[in-house]
Design a protein around this ligand. Structure first.
Ligand SMILES: [Zn+2]
Ligand SMILES: [Zn+2]
Length: 342
């Protein structure tokens, strides 16, 4: 079943002269729970990984002997999901509460010495044939595979994320790794995705306001302030929140490929390739939520679904319920990626 974004509440190109020149496209991935196989683009699905190639590992020397078991995390989510759907008594029973408590416990894996390589979690794979905004990989590669380490324990801070992105030519994979290694415990449940199939949809998008030319950004600010003032003076308690450039007109929420990064949590910072200094392009956004309550981006077929139960199909969370933007070098897609958490 395809997913369709509702028309924007306002046409930004009719509101101001200027944005048309900056219009781009992004592909909303619309991940939804399902049973993807390794020939499918997916989040949390099986990856097309060659049997004779070593599975990606984290070799940074951080502790990974203690954490929650991935199977417990999946089970806990299943119990909660079915408990909240139950009528007439939604919510977990006392018995379920006890089980949830047990599933929520951390475990210690004795033999996992702090320096053993830790298998990464396969987060997503994207075939170029499925996703209009996925750029060509290096050397004709058509499949992007995304991995991460399930512990916040990397980089100079010691609390950073570790990502590993691999491009490959899917037609070259003959024998596939059937049961890849898995971390036995994870540091944070948000690193463990639920299997989702994708329903890619290409939509128009515009840059983050702070990265538009100053005069255009000022016009947008003034327009938004006027709308807010109008809303404050309104006596109608049921009036909907005013339309905003950031929320409704420029960058859609949710998992997506290409388009523009949002910088709502930090100021925009230049993302230049560390190898060749070329300004990088947004490759992939990993989002904790597909839409917020009242969001104008909620797909047409899902307007009636309650946000708290349906807006986080992947169960992946990054930052403080935020989004992870991964950038790639447009000159040479094999150059190392960079990322920012918003
Ligand atoms: Zn690690
Ligand atoms: Zn580069």
């Amino acid at each position: 079943m395809s997913r369709t974004t509702p028309p924007r509440p306002l046409d930004v190109e009719a509101l101001f002269p200027g944005p048309a020149a900056y219009r781009g496209t992004t592909t909303r991935l619309h991940p939804r729970p399902g049973h993807p196989d390794m020939e499918d683009s997916s989040v949390g699905g099986p990856l097309l990984w060659p049997a004779d190639e070593p599975w990606p590992v984290c070799t940074e020397p951080h502790r990974h002997a203690r954490g929650r078991r991935p199977a417990d995390i999946h089970r806990q989510r299943q119990i909660l999901a079915s408990a909240w759907l139950r009528e007439p008594n939604p919510g977990p029973t006392n018995e379920e509460r006890q089980l949830l408590k047990e599933l929520g416990q951390e475990h210690r894996v004795e033999e996992a010495a702090a320096t053993d390589p830790l298998p990464l979690i396969g987060l997503a794979q994207l075939y170029r044939r499925d996703i209009p905004d996925l750029p060509a990989g290096p050397d004709d590669c058509d499949l992007l595979q995304v991995f991460w380490c399930p512990f916040d324990a990397h980089g100079p801070s010691g609390y950073g994320m570790l990502l590993d992105l691999r491009w490959r030519r899917s037609w070259e994979v003959t024998e596939v790794q059937i049961s890849p290694p898995q971390p036995r415990v994870v540091g944070f449940e948000g690193y463990v995705p639920e299997p989702c199939v994708l329903h890619p949809e290409q939509v128009a998008t515009y840059p983050f306001a702070g990265l538009l030319p100053e005069d255009l950004c000022a016009r947008i600010d003034a327009w938004e302030e006027a709308l807010e003032e109008e809303a404050e003076q309104s006596t109608d308690d049921d009036a909907e929140a005013p339309v905003g450039y950031q929320c409704d007109l420029s960058i859609p929420p949710g998992w997506r490929v290409g388009g523009f990064a949002s910088w709502h949590a930090t100021d925009p910072s230049p993302m230049n390739c560390r190898t060749c200094a070329t300004p990088m392009h947004l490759l992939l956004t990993v989002d904790s939520s597909e839409w917020d309550g009242g969001s104008s981006w909620k797909p047409l077929k899902e307007q009636d679904l309650p946000t708290h139960r349906y807006a986080s199909p992947t169960e992946v969370t990054v930052g403080r319920w935020g989004e992870l933007n991964i950038f790639s070098c447009p000159e040479e897609p094999g150059h190392p990626h960079r990322w920012s958490i918003q």
